[in-house]
Structure formats: C-alpha cells, structure tokens
Design a protein around this ligand. Structure first.
Ligand code: ATP
Length: 377
C-alpha cells in the first residue's frame, strides 16, 4: 500500500551536533525505509524530535525530501530526480486524509458543513452531487456517533466530539491512506483512552490503511498492527507491538517502550539461540536471536512484570538471584518492589496482594523466555 525507500530530509543546521549532522546539515530523517500493507494501522513511535512528523508530512506532500521515494498503491508520489525524472505530486492531489494534533475544525460552520466541505470543494468532475454528499456525510457522522449533532455549530461540541469531527472530515473523502499526527494528544487522559478504542474499532471496521504518529507507547502498543520505533531520524526497530515489547533489540527501545531492568555481563557460551551470560550476580540463561559471540559485553534486559518474586527458596535455582527488598510502592492495580541484589537494583512488579517489608530476604526468578539480550550503551 505504502512504500518508502531511502527517504532523507535535512535542514541547514545552525548548531551542528555530533552524529546528528553531516556537512553542517541536521538530518530530520535519515534513510527511512517503510513498507505498509493494505488495512494496517502502522505507527511511527519515538521521542520528540526523532523525525516522526517529518516522515508523515513528507508522505502528505507538505515537506520536500532531499532524496528517496514515496509511493502509494504503486503510484509514485515523490521521487528525487538524481537519475530519473523527479516526481512530486501536490498535497491536494495525493488523495490522503489527514488529522493533526491541533484539529482545525471550521468554527463558523455546523458539524454537517464541516464534514461536507471537503466534498463540496472537490474539482468539478470529481465532485459528488448534492444528494450523494448528504448521504456520505450522514454515514460518516453515524459512524463517528455525531449524527445527532449535525446541525450544531462545531465549536459547541466537547473536545472529544471535536476530535471525532476532525476524523469524520478526514474520512468523508474516503482516503486511500489516513495520516494521523498525535490526534489524541490534546485530550484529557480518560477521553484519550476511550477515543483510542474507538479509533481502533473504526479503523478495523472501515479497513482504512492508517499511519499514526505518536510518542505515547501505550497508544502505539494498543492501536498498531506494526510499529516503527524511531530515534534521531532513523528507524531503530520495526515489528508487531508484542514482538517489540518482548524482544527489544536495543537499550533505547527497551527503555522507551515500557520499563526494563538491565543486568550487565558478558556472553560466556552460545549454542544457536541459547545463551549463557556471566553477570556480577551469577550466570543467566536466555534465548535470543541476537548475534553476540562469546566475550561480548552485553546487557540482559527484563521487564519488571515478568520477574517472579518469592520468599521461598525455589527448587530449581536456574536464573534465580537472591536479594533483599529495598523499597515498595503501591500502585493501585500493582505493587512495585525494588530488590537489592548485590550491586544491582531490580524492579519487580507484582499483583497488589504481594506486599513485602523493606529488608525481607527474597529470591527473584528471571524466566529464560522473558530475558532479552541488548548491546551495552
Ligand atoms: P515531535 O514529537 O516533537 O513533534 P517529531 O519526532 O515529530 O517530534 P520532527 O518534527 O519530525 O520530529 O523533527 C525532526 C527534527 O527535524 C527535529 O530535530 C527538528 O528540530 C528538525 N526540524 C523539523 N522541521 C524543521 C525546520 N523547518 N527547520 C529546521 N529543523 C527542523
């Protein structure tokens, strides 16, 4: 559906930063490659300034990349012209729907007119008839549960309803591709959560291929079919939410998505994907697709919620470390214990019925299939 190859966009850099610039230029995106299938909700996830918006704006035709290729359904929208004829289809001819963080609804218009407008301004020949427009607008308003507000002035809707209106307006043109740039970030936490599920339902029901930009990992994990994690203009990991969460390939991803404990060590043995890692607190066994030969300095990463905590010495002592509870924090639906294991501090998240006093002697088990191996640094 969408193909992006070797996309680069740079700006003249006043402050040429180490590693972030070449020849006095700052690379907003540096060689981005993406492949999005029909019907996907594909997310670009990363911290502020990593190049998500620049990628999205390049797809939309609002940025002119330095080089690379963008095509939708085999139709080239952008191609830099080093060896071929350059292509740069104008934004309004790309057939894409867009919803931005600051959802600019037209305040002087009714809800109905806001949604009808993109159809009414289509060029002659592409413009649907009046009855058709009416039918399409009502259908979209129905889906977005805004039908009863059709005649209301747009500004007299709540924040969440206005955001749904912005979505309705993008959907009414039946875009081949829907581009969403942090569309929920201006809303309060509760509304954001309910609209997140609504968006997912809608995307699934309508089967619209969407590109979603966010820095919110929960949003990305819960909404996406695939996630591209970006850092400093580059895609650093690409995959399904669960795979990225369970198998981060770098410390950056392990820390940015969820939280992780890192245990430093070096690879002792390796047989295929089975690793034995020597750490200051004992040997750990794990399975990883990473390519790390014996002797490599590594970090073993584990999510707090997958560490098992017990006061009883386990029978099988493989991947078991001994320690004492340092601090404890009650989180409502969970409880966190910080366990001191030698020089390490391991965070363990458990169900709230487990609550251990500081100083309690404990054992923590690190399940073989829950450990990930990441390069140090
Ligand atoms: P955010 O989540 O904060 O919106 P982002 O991941 O979307 O961030 P971009 O807006 O794509 O990041 O910006 C990527 C980099 O390019 C940043 O370092 C930004 O400062 C730089 N940049 C973006 N637009 C321009 C511009 N017009 N001139 C100079 N630098 C720019």
């Amino acid at each position: 559906m969408l193909e992006i190859s070797n996309l680069i966009k740079s700006y003249p850099g006043e402050k040429a930063k180490k590693g972030g610039s070449q020849g006095g230029r700052v690379f907003a995106i540096n060689n981005v490659n993406l492949h999005v299938e029909q019907g996907e909700m594909f997310t670009l996830l990363g911290p502020s300034g990593c190049g998500k918006t620049t990628t999205l704006r390049s797809i939309a035709g609002l940025e002119h990349p330095d080089s690379g290729l963008i095509s939708v359904k085999g139709r080239t929208l952008f191609q830099a012209g080093d060896r071929t004829k350059p292509v740069n289809v104008a934004a309004n001819r790309r057939g894409l729907g867009m919803v931005f963080q600051s959802y600019a609804i037209w305040p002087h218009m009714s809800v109905f007119d806001n949604v009808a407008f993109p159809l009414q301004v289509k060029p002659r020949g592409h413009r649907p008839g009046k009855a058709d427009i009416e039918q399409r607008v009502h259908r979209v308003l129905e889906v977005m549960e805004l039908r009863q507000y059709a005649d209301r002035q747009a500004t007299k809707l709540s924040g969440g309803q206005q955001q749904r209106l912005a979505l309705a307006r993008a959907l009414v043109i039946e875009p081949e591709l829907l581009l969403l740039d942090e569309p929920l970030s201006n809303l309060d936490a509760k509304l954001r959560e309910s609209l997140r599920y609504e968006l997912k339902r809608l995307q699934r029901e309508l089967g619209i291929t969407s590109i979603y930009v966010t820095h919110d990992q929960i949003e990305a994990l819960s909404l996406s079919s695939n996630i591209a994690v970006m850092r400093a203009g580059e895609v650093v990991q690409l995959g399904k939410p669960r795979d990225i969460y369970e198998n981060p390939t770098s410390k950056f991803v392990a820390e940015f998505i969820g939280s992780s404990n890192f245990i430093p060590g070096h690879v002792l043995h390796r047989t295929g994907e089975d690793y034995e890692v020597d750490t200051s607190e004992g040997r750990l066994h794990l399975s990883s697709a990473a390519e790390m030969p014996p002797g490599t300095e590594v970090s073993v990463s584990i999510r707090p919620e997958t560490v098992e905590l017990t006061t009883q010495r386990p029978v099988d002592l493989r991947n078991v470390l001994e320690g004492t509870v340092g601090t404890r924090a009650f989180l409502g639906d969970a409880v966190d214990h910080i366990v001191n294991v030698g020089k390490l501090q391991i965070r363990v998240r458990s169900l709230p019925n487990l609550s251990l006093e500081a100083g309690t002697q404990v054992f923590i088990k690190l399940p073989v299939d829950k450990l990930a191996l990441v390069p140090i640094g």
